[in-house]
Design a protein around this ligand. Structure first.
Ligand code: 13P
Ligand code: ZN
Length: 270
């Protein structure tokens, strides 16, 4: 059996959490990531019959039964993941009952998965139903996007339009737009359910006055999605208080979306 610390999925998780920390998106223990793994990939590194311990998940995730995820630990700092993967990460498999996670590796200090496990697993269920290639759910607290939450209306359409107008290629990167939730208590099944409901239509969900969720087929795509949203929010925050002399018009948005052949939300265009 190969050493799991050499696995591509562990390296990717280490690199991504380090990058997110470097960009200031994940202060202290802020942020969490879950990555759906291939069973045969995992079998190269772990004995799939060896369960270290079982962890109740507190909701029902039957559609994910048998699926294996690499998940960041609760209370763990993204800045520390690369230096100590076995304490900061865990590999868990959802048991047939859909209500228990089987720990196959990690959380070595007795820890457990992120407190946002409901939002992650419910979002995986929602995205997999729309796109069977979805593998990643990522949450973080990007500075400019969070700042924008305090000065911009928290509405799907209005928020999406403001972001689309900030960088020419935004509509190409997130043609489906951005879903926005009001402030809600985090770490609960309720915010998980609300996030998953938005994830039926959007790959980006803003948690009002808290942060953002992104979903995608791999780490790069999901990271790039959040990176683009955050870049647009940065331009917004740098210009919102200044007179606007130029703007990307709705006609421009349609032109670029058509050129790149993306299926954008027509009802978000005036
Ligand atoms: P965890 O440390 O439980 O992952 O929580 C961090 C966070 O960002 C909560 O929303
Ligand atoms: Zn958070």
């Amino acid at each position: 059996m190969k050493d799991i610390l050499t696995a591509k999925f562990i390296k990717e998780m280490c690199d991504t959490t380090a990058n997110m920390y470097r960009l200031g998106w994940d202060e202290r223990n802020g942020g969490n990531i879950s990555l759906l793994l291939d069973e045969k990939d995992v079998a190269e590194y772990l004995d799939l019959n060896k369960v270290i311990r079982e962890i109740p998940i507190g909701f029902e995730a039957k559609p994910l039964a048998g699926k294996i995820f690499l998940v960041t630990g609760t209370g763990k700092y993204f800045k520390n993941v690369a230096g100590d993967p076995e304490n900061n990460l865990g590999v868990v498999r959802i048991k047939a009952d859909g209500e228990t996670a089987e720990l196959l590796w990690g959380y070595a200090d007795g820890g457990r998965f992120t407190s946002e496990f409901p939002a992650h697993m419910m979002s995986h269920m929602a995205r997999l139903a729309v796109d069977p290639n979805n593998r990643v759910v990522m949450h973080c607290h990007p500075t400019n996007l969070l700042a924008m939450n305090f000065v911009h209306e928290l509405d799907d359409r209005a928020f999406t339009r403001s972001l689309w107008q900030m960088c020419t290629e935004c509509i190409v990167v997130f043609p489906d737009g951005v879903g926005v939730l009001p402030w809600m208590l985090c770490g609960t099944n309720e915010i998980g359910e609300a996030t998953a409901k938005k994830m039926n239509d959007y790959r980006v969900v803003v948690w009002g006055l808290h942060g953002v969720y992104g979903a995608g087929k791999d780490m790069d795509e999901t990271f790039g999605l959040i990176e683009t949203v955050e870049k647009a929010a940065e331009i917004y925050m740098k210009t919102a208080h200044l007179p606007r002399l130029n703007t990307i018009t709705d006609e421009d948005l349609v032109t670029i979306a058509n050129h790149f052949k993306v299926n954008y939300r027509k009802d978000f265009i005036d």
